[in-house]
Design a protein around this ligand. Structure first.
Ligand code: FAD
Length: 473
C-alpha cells in the first residue's frame, strides 16, 4: 500500500478535534486523512430535536476541519455501502473510528469491520467516548455491575488516560471525494416552530464545550454538591448537550474534575460521581441492551401500564398542561431549551409512570423527541430508574410528590415562575416563549387560566400504590 493512500476517519457522535483517538492515529500515519460523516438509518431514526442539534454540530465540526485545511465529506446510505465505495474510490489504506456502544451501532460497526477486512483494508476502532470500556469494569466474579455504588467503587480505581491534543495536521488527499450538501439532508425539518426558540440555548461545538467546562470548574463546582439539585439555580455544568455529540470527551471533563478536587474544590468529587453515572448507563446498556426497549426487571413485564398515546392524560403530560406546576415547568423547560434539570426529569418521570400509570417508554420516546442532550443509555436508565423497573432503580413504592418536591427544591418558586406563564401578571420571557415553540394545534395560550390537575397528587399516589399491590415486586 502506497504512503499516499489516505486514511478515512469515520466521524459519528464524536464531533471534536481534541482527545479524538481516531483522528490522532490517522494523523500520526502521515497519510492524507479523509473525515467522513454518514447519514444512515440511525441518523434518520433520531427524534426531532437531537437530529436538528446533530445537524448544527456536524456543520460546526465541518468548519473546524476546514480551518485546519481539511474537510468533512458527507455521504448518505448504509455505512457499509458508503465506506466500501469510498475505500474503492479513494484507494484508502484504512478506516478509523471512535467506538459507540448502543446495540444498533455495535451491529452496524461489526458488519463494517468485516466488510473492510474482506477488502484487505485496515479497520480500527478506538476508545475515548467513555472513561472506561464497559467490559473493563467487572465484579470479582467477572460479571457486570447492576448497582451504581459498587460500580463507582470499582471504576474509580481505573486510570483514565490523559486527553490527547488535537492533531497538528490533517493532510488533505490529492483530490477530495465528492460529498453531499448538509442543507439537502434537512435534519432540522421536524423542528418547525421550535428551532428559533431553542437555538439561543444551544452551545455549539468544541470551543463552547471547553468554555462551559472551564466556567463550571472556575465558579460552580465548589458548590455543586449543594446546588445541583436546585432547578432554579444555574448550578450544574450543562455539558450533557456537548457530551451527547462528543463535542467534549468524558476524559476532558474527568481530568478537569480531578484537578479541581486536588485544588480542594468541594463538589468536585460529586461531579466525578455524576460523570460515572453516565458510565454506569453505558455499562448497563452494553451488558443488558434490553434496557433500551423493555423492562429491565422481568417481574415488570406483566404490569398493566397505560400504553395508549392518545389518552388525554398522556397528551396533557406531553403538552405540559398537567395542572401540576413543577411537572409542567420541567416539560416546558425541555420544549424551550432542549434540556431539563435532572431533579425535574425525575419528577416529570415519576408523575407519568406513577401518578398517570403510563409506560415509561412513552416518556423515553418523548424525551428522545425533545432533548438536545438526548443520550440512548442515560435516557433509558433514567426512565427505568424513575419507573422502578430498572436495575438499581428508585423503589417502586417511592412516588415523588411533585408539590413537596417543589417546596424542597424550588423553595422560592424561581423555577416554576420562570416556566409557567398562566395566571401571572408579567410572565417571564422564557415562560412566554413556550407558546412560540409549540404547535398551534395544541391550542394553548398564556392568557388562559392555568389548568386543573389531570390527576391530583394524593389521588394519583394512592392509585399507583394500589396498582402495585400483589404484583410481587
Ligand atoms: C428520566 C431521565 C432521563 C434522562 N435522559 C438523559 C439523556 O437523554 N441524556 C443525558 O445526558 N442525560 C439524561 N439524564 C441524566 C441527567 O438528567 C442529565 O445528564 C443531566 O441533567 C445533565 O445536566 P448537566 O450536564 O448539567 O449535568 P451535571 O450535573 O453537570 O453532570 C455532569 C455530567 O454527568 C452526567 N450525568 C449526570 N447525571 C446523570 C445521570 N443521572 N445519568 C447519567 N449521566 C448523568 C452527564 O453526562 C452530565 O453532563 C436523564 C435522567 C432522567 C431521570
Amino acid at each position: 500500500m502506497h504512503d499516499t493512500s489516505p486514511i478515512i476517519v469515520w466521524i459519528r457522535r464524536d464531533l471534536r478535534l481534541s482527545d479524538h483517538a481516531a483522528l490522532h492515529a490517522a494523523s500520526a500515519t502521515g497519510r492524507p486523512v479523509i473525515p467522513v460523516f454518514i447519514r444512515d438509518a440511525l441518523v434518520d431514526g433520531l427524534g426531532a430535536a437531537p437530529k436538528w442539534r446533530l445537524g448544527l454540530g456536524v456543520d460546526h465540526f465541518a468548519k473546524s476541519l476546514a480551518a485546519k485545511g481539511s474537510r468533512l465529506i458527507l455521504r448518505s446510505g448504509p455505512a457499509v455501502d458508503v465506506l466500501t465505495a469510498l475505500v474503492r474510490d479513494t484507494g484508502a489504506a484504512g478506516v478509523y473510528w471512535m467506538r459507540a456502544y448502543d446495540p444498533g451501532s455495535v451491529d452496524r460497526d461489526t458488519k463494517v469491520k468485516a466488510a473492510l477486512k474482506d477488502l484487505g483494508v485496515e479497520a480500527q476502532s478506538f476508545a475515548g467516548n467513555l472513561l472506561f470500556e464497559p467490559w473493563s469494569v467487572q465484579t470479582k466474579q467477572g460479571g457486570f455491575y447492576k448497582v451504581y455504588t459498587p460500580f463507582w467503587r470499582a471504576a474509580r480505581t481505573h486510570d483514565v488516560p490523559a486527553p490527547l491534543p488535537a492533531p497538528k495536521t490533517l493532510p488533505a488527499p490529492q483530490s477530495w471525494p465528492q460529498g453531499e450538501a448538509l442543507e439537502d439532508w434537512h435534519l432540522g425539518r421536524q423542528m418547525r416552530r421550535g428551532a428559533a426558540v431553542v437555538l439561543p440555548y444551544v452551545q455549539l461545538g468544541e470551543q463552547a464545550a471547553q468554555g462551559r467546562l472551564g466556567a463550571f470548574v472556575a465558579s460552580k463546582v465548589a458548590d455543586y454538591a449543594d446546588q445541583r439539585n436546585l432547578p432554579g439555580v444555574d448550578g450544574t455544568s450543562c455539558l450533557s448537550e456537548n457530551l451527547s455529540l462528543g463535542e467534549i470527551s468524558p476524559a476532558q471533563c474527568w481530568h478537569a474534575g480531578r484537578r479541581a478536587m486536588e485544588e480542594g474544590k468541594q463538589g468536585a468529587e460529586t461531579f466525578l460521581k455524576e460523570l460515572a453515572w453516565r458510565e454506569f448507563a453505558y455499562h448497563l446498556m452494553w451488558h443488558s441492551p434490553h434496557i433500551l426497549t423493555s423492562n429491565w426487571r422481568e417481574e415488570w413485564q406483566a404490569f398493566p401500564w397505560n400504553e395508549d398515546e392518545r389518552l388525554a392524560e398522556v397528551k396533557a403530560w406531553k403538552q405540559a398542561r398537567t395542572g401540576i406546576r413543577f411537572v409542567d415547568a420541567g416539560l416546558r423547560e425541555m420544549y424551550v431549551t432542549g434540556r431539563m434539570h435532572n431533579r425535574v426529569r425525575m419528577i416529570v418521570g415519576s408523575y407519568l409512570t406513577k401518578h398517570l400509570l403510563c409506560h415509561w417508554k412513552i416518556g423515553q420516546a418523548w424525551f428522545e423527541e425533545c432533548l438536545i442532550d438526548w443520550d440512548p443509555a442515560a435516557n433509558a436508565m433514567g426512565w427505568q430508574w424513575v419507573a422502578g423497573s430498572g436495575p438499581d432503580a428508585s423503589p417502586y413504592f417511592r412516588v415523588f410528590n411533585p408539590v413537596t418536591q417543589r417546596e424542597k427544591f424550588d423553595p422560592d418558586r424561581a423555577y416554576v415562575d420562570r416556566w409557567i406563564a398562566e395566571g401571572r401578571k408579567s410572565p417571564s420571557a422564557e415562560a412566554l416563549s413556550y407558546f412560540d415553540a409549540i404547535p398551534q394545534r395544541w391550542g394553548m395560550s398564556a392568557a388562559n387560566p392555568y389548568p386543573d390537575p389531570v390527576v391530583a397528587v394524593d389521588e394519583g399516589r394512592k392509585r399507583a400504590l394500589s396498582a402495585y399491590e400483589n404484583k410481587g415486586f
